[in-house]
Design a protein around this ligand. Sequence first.
Ligand code: UDP
Length: 246
Amino acid sequence: MERKTNKVLGYNVDLLSFNEASEFVTQKFQNNEGLHIVTINPEMIELAQKNTDFSDIIKNSELVIPDGSGIVMALKLKGIIQDRIPGIDFSKELIRICQTYNYPIALIGAKENVIQTTVKRLQGEFKQLNIEYYHNGYFSSEKEKEIIKELMNANPKLVLVALGAPKQELFIKKCKKLMPKTVFIGVGGSFDVWAGEVERAPEFFRVMGWEWIFRTYKQPERIKRIYKTLPAFLIKVIIEAITKKG
Ligand code: UDP
């Protein structure tokens, strides 16, 4: 299937509905093809513009879903109507698909208590789910080699990586070379939400595209990150829309 994309500040974003994106990944699962799914937001684009490695990873990934409201807004400024696809919901959908087809999965990331609870809760929600491997996200570069070996032995069909950006994408890049038939997705703080450590925004905030406002209210330490990246991003996308570049 040919990708239908549009660029936001030079980065391709796939223009798919939630269902189309999940069908695209199901197809990949069935064809035994791996891919790296990036759940993109303005902060990641700002980071990528200063980090060539991270930038190349986003540009080379096979599926970029618009996780951030800022991305949807940037597309809208160019006259493109695209629904937001929250990475956390999309990841759950991929887990559901893996349960249906009995595909083994693996989870990497978050604090030890968080990953333990996440595994327990997912196992409670998806009774037939085969979680073949999991590990917390706090490890040395020596330990990382061991984890990648263990991951290869587990041979999962799907790996969810929750290390935050760009750490999770850099980790996925290393794994992807060795596991070309596996689907990888960076899921940021999703395990914290699934474990009940962090509250998910109520439906109203999600529908309005204001989930980030709720997250910032609940985790004020995020203000610094947003303050550093969002204004610059907004100015650039407005200029891009006016000059019709990208
Ligand atoms: N994390 C990790 N190892 C690290 C740094 C972060 O496992 O070295 C985890 C952290 O515990 C959290 C997630 O990565 O679960 C990052 O969450 P954040 O909310 O920053 O991600 P975002 O959703 O903003 O991308």
